[in-house]
Design a protein around this ligand. Structure first.
Ligand code: GLU
Length: 313
């Protein structure tokens, strides 16, 4: 008899309405790199006749810049990237994350970890077993990742992706020692709770996706489709959001930034009318968007600038 197939996370039903989302962290103003992620996910959802949600990922209050979330929301509105439903705030959704953690604890899939940062650093940052006798007043909660645990998925841009989570990541944190919910748990709970069918975001999160698939499987949640967009790099090869050169998008003059983001998404600049007001430009973008043209990147910002400028921007 062939061995029993491993349990498979249920996939979103084929008939489910398309629903995408943009999930910015409020760590600064909307810059060009995050505009590419916002515009890319908006285009994927709108060109498929679907909904687009916004979720502010403000779980990590220590990294939050006061006023940044409101500024990002204002920028998205100025860019014409309209959203459906209310804006969700992760900081108000702790009960959902607590319930998910409890479910994992009850199933014996999560555990309290008393190891210190130094303990984990001593094993290359990869947690496999707790240091015997370790005790701390503020333990973290981790997901137990069995030896040989692998996840694979097909990304719409990057193709087949596989990760040995036990070896490359180890038992990962669900609730941090400082009490904040970890991104991995919050994002999985929220994508399922909000009925997201397609996750479109930057390629810096490609190697987080296997952890999220594992959590979906452990919690019995559906698996959305994934598309990871190219990162935009500055002249020194750094991700734009991390770079000093990442200037905020100009809310008062959104068209040049949108045209450049369109080029960053690998789209044909001739699709966008040369002289157009914002609604007409977005309309043409939704009609002419072709997700198969999205490059893997990463993309140097200077080349994009030149391409957008020479193509009638
Ligand atoms: N909050 C993350 C960021 O701003 C994005 C998370 C996601 O899209 O899953 O980079």
């Amino acid at each position: 008899m062939p061995p029993a197939a491993p349990p498979v996370a249920p996939t979103a039903p084929a008939a489910a309405p398309v629903r995408g989302r943009f999930a910015p962290s409020p760590t600064g103003p909307l810059h060009f790199g995050s505009l590419v992620a916002a515009f890319g996910s908006w285009l994927c959802a709108r060109s498929a006749g679907g909904e687009w949600r916004i979720r502010v990922e403000d779980v990590d209050r220590s990294r939050e810049v006061p006023g940044a979330a409101q500024a990002q929301l204002r920028s998205l509105a100025a860019l014409g990237l309209d959203h459906d439903g209310p804006v969700e705030w992760q900081s108000r959704r702790g009960d959902l994350y607590a319930a998910a953690l409890q479910k994992l604890l009850d199933a014996g899939l999560a555990f309290e970890c008393h190891c210190s940062r130094a303990d984990v650093a001593a094993t290359g940052g990869i947690h496999r077993t707790c240091r015997p006798g370790a005790r701390r007043p503020d333990p973290a909660m981790r997901l137990r990742v069995p030896d040989g645990c692998r996840e694979v998925f097909d990304d719409a841009v990057h193709g087949h992706v596989a990760q040995d989570i036990a070896r490359e990541v180890g038992d990962f944190v669900l609730r941090r020692a400082d009490g904040y919910w970890a991104y991995q748990l919050a994002v999985v709970v929220d994508d399922a709770d909000q009925g997201i069918t397609g996750v479109v975001r930057g390629a810096d999160l490609l190697d987080s996706t296997p952890r999220q698939l594992l959590l979906q499987r452990a919690l019995g949640l559906p698996r959305p489709r994934y598309l990871h967009l190219p990162l935009v790099l500055d002249g020194d090869g750094r991700k734009l959001s991390k770079s000093r050169a990442s200037l905020p998008v100009d809310d008062t003059d959104p068209l040049p930034a949108l045209r450049m983001a369109w080029v960053a998404l690998g789209q044909d600049p001739r699709v966008l009318p040369a002289q157009a007001a914002l609604p007409a430009l977005l309309d043409a973008a939704v009609r002419g968007f072709d997700p198969r043209r999205i490059p893997r990147g990463p993309l140097p910002a200077t080349a994009l600038h030149n391409a957008a400028a020479t193509q009638g921007a």
